[in-house]
Structures are given as structure tokens and as C-alpha cells.
Design a protein. Structure first.
Length: 553
């Protein structure tokens, strides 16, 4: 990149100084018409050519970026914004600045420009707009090729129409900013990325030494204060001179933001979280900004969201969080929970548990072979596959069963000991994932809660039922409690189906702060690898300096 930054600077400044007074608007219009009537130029993918032609048709064939005397202001805005792509977790190397420099050189520096050269420059800038706009709207990477188990539909189907609508916007800066995800997470992740990038340019995060305790001071304590200041937990200019209650509170906030228990002070776990290099945190933030671009831009006003690495469910009403609780998600090796969205349409009180065939064969059948009373003691029934009447378990040859001849359904009868607890929530999907109560409430005390076969167990299913059934058919809290304690199974169809989003973010926003979580399913490394490394900071600075000069013109 370095070898063309200086020529690009000279070329753009010359463009403003020299202009192209010999070319009229009509001549540029005619040259564009010829280009648009031909095959796609080499710098534009064939599958984008029809969109480009439509964009120019919307503008009556007029140039979008190039004026009669100099590039239009919106062209300078576009180039400057794309040159700052790293601020969005994108890569300047993805965009054809080298081709743009060559086009500018031909147009403004090597004699009088020709209309065809101006038409080519206009098309190059349109190509730049499309590439950058697509990345902002739906991401650089295809999640299906990068993120194992990611099945939420991206915004790619709507991208081209959005780009076409906005192509002629005069306030291009505002329009490009509106292409970014609207979730508050995105803006906070970008702000944190900028702060960490500044720290990286200044040598990285200060290295915090081993555990410190109240009363400690000295160089180790000063490093701690500096590290907390970078995260906004302390003001370094007014921080105390020794580890006191103010610092202890800041450390507690830090711990919570990094997924650690509030208590514990500056122990080894907290020190390890503080000493993750700034560059690694920047890459983590960039990957999660990319993941936000893969998600729908608007979840609606009333919905349920589960962030798998955070082990937490949050319910929203009128766009505001109204309920949160701990959840148990799928174990990475025994049935990880996929990333997908669907619509909840039923609540089932006192459910049966129809044991999936794989779990039945691999877990329950071996227990029956060891103890013939296992099924009866745990209230399991055995039915012929497709049948309605339970069989006598003694009539089944348990020793002879395998995947080729297992033609039974094992189900657990309703009750407090049922694996699904007293209520389940259905949002039909191809993964057979649902949410439910659990008799193992003690497991919610665990910090890491990847313990299920994929379904999501709820810490407070009664509160969740109250949210789901709010305003429906007189389903009060008392009525919900009665249904959970009743003898019979009862299915309630929702009057208003409820959107459910299950996603995977290892960096996200909460309470106006960015939080980090361990990479539960080891998905970050591949995504970060595909995003690639950012160019050295001095190269980005040089590119921005080039564009500053252009704006001064």
C-alpha cells in the first residue's frame, strides 16, 4: 500500500488544483452512456454490472462522483470514509485504491483528461461504493463458510436494493453511517476498538503484575490504574495512590465485564484477562462487529435473545430489556447450540420428554442394561415408534438394540423430575431446539454452563412464561403457577408469536459497556484468520493524511 499512497496524495491534490474545465457535463454523460452500454469493466464483477446500470439509470445517466471541474464533495467523502475502513473492523486492502490512483493519474495529471477517462473514474468510485457498502450492510465474510453452526439468514438479499436507493444521496456520510448495524452493541464495539487501537499504537496495554491486594502501591499498582483507565473504569488523573475501596470497585466492574465472578479481587483470573494483548482484543472486537453485520438489522420491538457464550437470555418489550436470566446451553462436544432465529408459538405445561433416539441409545439403554428398574424409577415409558400405547419394558430385548433396529420411543412422564421440568417453550425449527425448565437448578451456579444436548434450560421458567403469555387470555402469574403444578399436560398457542434469536458474540454491549466472554465453541480463531491482519498503523495514518490533504483542497 505504501508505494501508491504518496502518488495518490499528489494526484488527488492535483485533481483539485487542475480540475477538468475542458470537459462538459454532456460529454461525461455521453461517455458514461457508451460505457454502460458495453460489457462490465474489469474492475467491476459481472454480477454487479446490472446493479450499476440500474443505479445510473436512476440518475438519468449522470455522473455520480465526477463534476465538470473536480471530483464532487461526495466523492471525497466516499474515499475518505473507505480509507478509514479499519475503524469499522474492515480492511483497506480490500478496496482498489491502487486502481483509483491510476485512474486519477490518467485523468488529472497526464495532460488534458478525456471524457472516457472521467467516465471510468466515476465507475471506479461506484465500484468502491458498492464494495464498501456491501461490507457495511452484510459483512465481508460469508458466515456459512466461517462460523460453524451459524444459520441466521443474513441481510444479503436486501443489500443491493439498499445500495441502489442510497447511491445518489447527497449526505453520503450520513447514509454510509446508516449502513452499519443499528444495534447499540456495534457503536460501542467500534468505540472500544478505537480506544484499544490507540493503546496499541502507544505500546499496548500496560502489563499488570501478579495479584495485588488492598494497600498495595508502586509500579504494579500504577500499571493496574493505567489498565483500568483504558477500559474507562478509573480516571487515571484522579486515581488514588494505593489500592483502596475505589480501585476494588473498579476491579469488580472489570471482572463482571470479562465474565468473572464479582468477588475475587485482582486474582490470577483477573490479571490474565487484563494482560490479553491489545491487538488480540482488537481482533476480537472486529470479529464481533462482523458478526453483528451478519444479524438482522432490526429484531423488532418484542423478542427474545440468547447469547450463547454469555449463558444469558434477555427478553425485550417495546425495544427495552424487561427480563434477563441465566441459561444452560449445549455442550460443544455433546450437542452445541446452533446460531439461528425462529418464532415461538407454543407453551407446554407439564410436558412429556420424548427422548431423542441418539440420547436413548447412547445414554438410557446402557443404564437399563445395568439396572432393569431404571425406567420405572425415573418414570420413563417405552412406546413402539409411531404407536400410542406404552409397552412393558420387560418385553424389550435391551441387549439386542442398536442403531439399526431401534424402533422405540422412550419418553419421560410429566412431573418435577422430568428432564424438561414443568414447562417448555416451542419455536419449531430443523434443529429440534427449544427452551425449558430443568430439575437441575443447582447447575445455574456454575460459571460455565455448556451442559445440555443443545436445548436451552431456563433459570426462571415461570418468569419467562409470564413474559411470553403477557396480555393473553388472562394468563396471570398465579394461573401460570397453577398450570405448572397441575396433573395434566396443557399446550397453549400464543396469540402473538414471539421472535427468538440465538446468536454467538464473544464481545457485546450491556449497560453502555463492552463485555467480553471466553470463546465457548472455539469459533473466534477461524473468523479472525479470515478477517486478516490490519495493515501497520503508519500505513493507515499515511492514507488518512492523504485524504486530509484532499479535503483541504
Amino acid at each position: 500500500m505504501r508505494r501508491f499512497l504518496q502518488p495518490l496524495l499528489m494526484c488527488l491534490v492535483a485533481a483539485l488544483a487542475a480540475g477538468c474545465s475542458g470537459i462538459s457535463r454532456d460529454e461525461i454523460h455521453a461517455a458514461l452512456a457508451v460505457s454502460l452500454d458495453s460489457a462490465a469493466p474489469e474492475f467491476l464483477p459481472e454480477d454487479s454490472w446490472e446493479l450499476v446500470q440500474s443505479i445510473y439509470a436512476d440518475a438519468d445517466g449522470e455522473a455520480l462522483w465526477v463534476g465538470g471541474k473536480s471530483p464532487r464533495k461526495r466523492a471525497r467523502t466516499l474515499v475518505e470514509t473507505v480509507a478509514s475502513a479499519e475503524d469499522q473492523g474492515l480492511r483497506t486492502a480490500d478496496y482498489d485504491f491502487e486502481g483509483l490512483e491510476a485512474s486519477l493519474r490518467r485523468t488529472y495529471r497526464e495532460g488534458d483528461p478525456e471524457a472516457a477517462e472521467l467516465a471510468e473514474l466515476d465507475l471506479r468510485l461506484t465500484a468502491l461504493y458498492l464494495d464498501f457498502g456491501r461490507h457495511l450492510l452484510s459483512g465481508r465474510l460469508d458466515p456459512s463458510k466461517v462460523a460453524r453452526g451459524w444459520f441466521i439468514r443474513t441481510r444479503r438479499a436486501e443489500v443491493d436494493s439498499a445500495l441502489r436507493r442510497a447511491a445518489g444521496a447527497e449526505d453520503l456520510e450520513r447514509q454510509l453511517s446508516e449502513f452499519t448495524p443499528s444495534q447499540p452493541d456495534y457503536e460501542l464495539l467500534a468505540e472500544t476498538r478505537a480506544r484499544y487501537a490507540l493503546a496499541a499504537e502507544n505500546g499496548g496495554f500496560p502489563k499488570v503484575p501478579g495479584p495485588l491486594v488492598v494497600g498495595d502501591s508502586g509500579s504494579g499498582f500504577r500499571a493496574l490504574v493505567a489498565r483500568l483507565a483504558i477500559d474507562g473504569e478509573l480516571d487515571s488523573t484522579s486515581a488514588p495512590r494505593a489500592y483502596d475501596s475505589t480501585v476494588a470497585i473498579a476491579v469488580k466492574r472489570f471482572r463482571l465485564r470479562y465474565g468473572l465472578p464479582a468477588e475475587g479481587g485482582l486474582d490470577k483470573a483477573a490479571v490474565a484477562a487484563m494482560n490479553v494483548p491489545a491487538e488480540r482484543r482488537i481482533r476480537q472486537l472486529e470479529l464481533n462487529m462482523e458478526r453483528l453485520r451478519w444479524l438482522p438489522n432490526d429484531f423488532g420491538t418484542r423478542y427474545v435473545a440468547v447469547n450463547i457464550p454469555d449463558f444469558e437470555l434477555r427478553a425485550y418489550d417495546e425495544g427495552r430489556p424487561v427480563l434477563s436470566m441465566r441459561v444452560i446451553v449445549g455442550d460443544e462436544y455433546d450437542g452445541s447450540t446452533p446460531v439461528f432465529s425462529d418464532t415461538m408459538n407454543q407453551v407446554v405445561f407439564r410436558p412429556y420428554w420424548n427422548v431423542p433416539a441418539g440420547i436413548a441409545l447412547n445414554e438410557i439403554v446402557p443404564l437399563v442394561r445395568k439396572d432393569e428398574s431404571y425406567l420405572t424409577r425415573n418414570r420413563y415409558e417405552v412406546l413402539p415408534r409411531g404407536g400410542r400405547e406404552p409397552l412393558d419394558p420387560d418385553d424389550v430385548d435391551w441387549d439386542d438394540l442398536d442403531s439399526t433396529n431401534f424402533e422405540y420411543l422412550i419418553r419421560q412422564q410429566p412431573g418435577p423430575a422430568n428432564a424438561l421440568g414443568l414447562v417448555k417453550f416451542l419455536f419449531p425449527n430443523r434443529f429440534d431446539i427449544y427452551m425449558h425448565d430443568t430439575p437441575g437448578a443447582h447447575l445455574f451456579r456454575n460459571r460455565s454452563r455448556a451442559l445440555s444436548h443443545g436445548c436451552i434450560r431456563l433459570e426462571h421458567p415461570d418468569r419467562f412464561a409470564a413474559f411470553v403469555l403477557k396480555g393473553q387470555d388472562g394468563w396471570t402469574e398465579d394461573r401460570i403457577e397453577a398450570a405448572m403444578k397441575a396433573e395434566e399436560t396443557r399446550t397453549v398457542a400464543l396469540d402473538q408469536p414471539l421472535p427468538v434469536y440465538i446468536f454467538y458474540l464473544t464481545a457485546f454491549a450491556r449497560d453502555d459497556r463492552v463485555h467480553f466472554r471466553p470463546d465457548l465453541y472455539d469459533l473466534d480463531a477461524e473468523g479472525i484468520k479470515r478477517l486478516g491482519q490490519a495493515p501497520p498503523a503508519e500505513r493507515i495514518a499515511a492514507l488518512r493524511a492523504t485524504l486530509d490533504e484532499l479535503m483541504k483542497g
